[in-house]
Design a protein around this ligand. Structure first.
Ligand SMILES: O=C(O)CCC(=O)C(=O)O
Length: 270
């Protein structure tokens, strides 16, 4: 595995070189357990809070839909927790070290129970359409995550590749319908994170995940996306952004189509 574990002075350099940085033990076991238990309690009590990815009723993801923008549901425990972590200096600090001051654009929570399909290779900024700079993700492991339970795969160096327009994904492997074909010379690397670790990656970084093939191991993750404060536009779905003091900020809406032209319609969320 060539992804480096970084320490603050070299964060920006590692991020620029690889497009992905792995920080270990950012959250304590108790903090991870609080997040895990709140989201499990919510999905078991009322999963209509989850996003409709149009999976069949017999798909395990129908019982465990991913939550999209939970930080906007501050009427719920999960919403307050998502918003607190989205603005927490332990997550935002490394991001600012890597790309400068940011607004928070998106939160998500994936349950990914055993047998769940993964999410085919993609780049985030095709969906966010943040310009003139790209977005940056913070992907926080709530369980130990590896190849067996569908941990994230990344393609180090692909962040220099700009946006690649996707083709069709394999519906047996992915619950999303589009997939990027890897440019020549690039390979997807399987990441391994312990619960409480975080992976930070660039908006053009090609990444995704395979199915959870484990017998009994969930692969839960709490995910945030940020954009630099000098972003002049973003896809409509992400407005309003949050400034780091929690106040709402609205910037101009990017036109649909973005880098892939008028025929391509980004379906937010990704
Ligand atoms: O967690 C996954 O399997 C995919 C998540 C993802 O692609 C993202 O956060 O952009």
């Amino acid at each position: 595995m060539s992804i480096k574990t970084s320490f603050a002075p070299s964060l920006a350099a590692d991020y620029q070189d690889n497009g992905v940085v792995h920080l270990r033990s950012l959250l304590s076991p108790d903090e991870v357990a609080e997040i895990r238990d709140a989201f499990m309690e919510q999905v078991q009590r009322d999963r209509t809070v989850g996003h409709d990815d149009h999976v069949g009723d017999d798909d395990v993801l129908a019982r465990y839909p991913r939550f999209v923008h939970p930080h906007r549901r501050t009427d719920l425990d999960v919403g307050r927790i998502a918003q607190r972590w989205m603005l927490d200096p332990r997550i935002v600090g490394p991001i600012v070290d890597m790309v400068g001051p940011v607004f928070a654009a998106q939160s998500m929570f994936y349950f990914k129970p055993p047998t769940a399909r993964g999410q085919a290779l993609h780049q985030d900024n095709i969906f966010l359409q943040a310009h003139p700079e790209t977005c940056i993700a913070a992907w926080i492991a709530i369980d130990d995550c590896d190849g067996e339970n569908g941990g994230l795969k990344v393609v180090p160096g692909s962040h220099r590749y700009e946006i690649v327009c996707p083709g069709e994904a394999d519906p047996e492997e992915s619950f999303t319908s589009t997939e990027i074909e890897l440019p020549e010379g690039f390979t997807a690397e399987q990441t391994e994170l312990a619960a409480g670790d975080a992976l930070f990656f660039h908006g053009s970084m090609v990444h995704g995940s395979g199915p959870n093939r484990s017998a009994d191991r969930f692969r839960r993750s709490l995910i945030f996306h940020y954009v630099p404060v000098d972003s002049v536009e973003i896809a409509r779905f992400y407005n309003p952004l949050l400034a780091l003091d929690g106040s709402e900020v609205t910037i101009a809406e990017a036109a649909d189509g973005g880098a892939c032209g008028d025929g391509w319609e980004p379906v937010a969320p990704h």
